[in-house]
Write a protein of this length. Sequence first.
Length: 393
Amino acid sequence: MWLELTLLLLIAVLTGLVAWRLRPKPSLCHPQQYDAVPLPGTFAVRPLEAMPPIARDTPVLDAQSTAWREAMAQAGHRMRRAGVRHVVFVHGTFVGHDPTLLLSSLQGPLSALGPGFMPSLLRLSKLPSDRVLRDLGNYTPEYVSLFQKALGADIPTTRFVWSSANNHVARLRAAVELLRLLATSELGRKRALLLGHSHGGQVLALLTQLVYPARTAEALWQAVRDAGEPTEALQDMARTVARARLDIATFGMPPRYGWATGRQCRLLHVINHRGAEPRGSSLAGVLHTENGDYVHQWGISGSDIPPGSAKERELAARLDAILGVGHDVQAWLQHVRHGARVPRDGFSYLVDYGDRGTGALPNCLATCFGHGVYTSYGAMLFNARLLADHFYR
């Protein structure tokens, strides 16, 4: 009997050692490199399928056609069947509640006016982008509400609003706040669908580096600590979120940050692009958005605006070593010339969203240089079906 127990113990120890040696190695999470063509099998051209039209001027469910509602409900059915329990929309740069960080710089004296004053002011500062841009490169409350109701209303859907300032530090702070949101959403081991437009995708990339094993994690957590955040509590939250399954889709996200993904996290990119060649072009055709999404090319490494405070500028400079160059005009010009379309991590769909100008007048401003189409009401059904086809077959 003792011999049998000894053998069983030895087998258990050897099995543990093998499992330890074969465990997944932490992701490198290197910033995007712009000098290599994308590997075969990492992207595909996806045609824009004909969809039932949406009544965008009346963005409520009852105003939509039966065909549109049935198609959205089918996408919702597939998400529920796959276990999706939360959908989160993350907007991009300059459409948040503090794009210049002016309110953040005045947080001390403003907070002294009452505990609810600062949150109310932040909500008020988001209204201009919602009222002026509406669904042009912006997730409106009405858009998110319609999306939830059209899926079937039983999958909670959240619009995550962050400062939207254009620098490493602002995006890292947003990733921390998103971590808090997910940790308190009672996901457990269920599945969440996270959708990020533009640099909202970088926020999601930072989230993965905080949640999943990554060789960048130690330095990134040190930056979180230096930003004044309670890292011990946040790391507990990260362990909670790591038990959930995350399906992440980015729309028009400039290829910049690295990702820490794995069995618990799947990654998809959708890029507005014309033609089968997976490269961007020069400024030629920009007035009529002939090549698709030009902001996707312009928002790459080097395009950041430095933070206003000296402390945050120093922190942003240290983050360059982890996330790639933030503010550097010469590096930005070099990167733009590469015309990178396909990120290194995840799978990408190149989709011609049909927003190319056809008349004599330029349409670049009306389309935000091809960058505003992803969040439009007209693209909602196509995007929902694309996500269902890719993640929830």
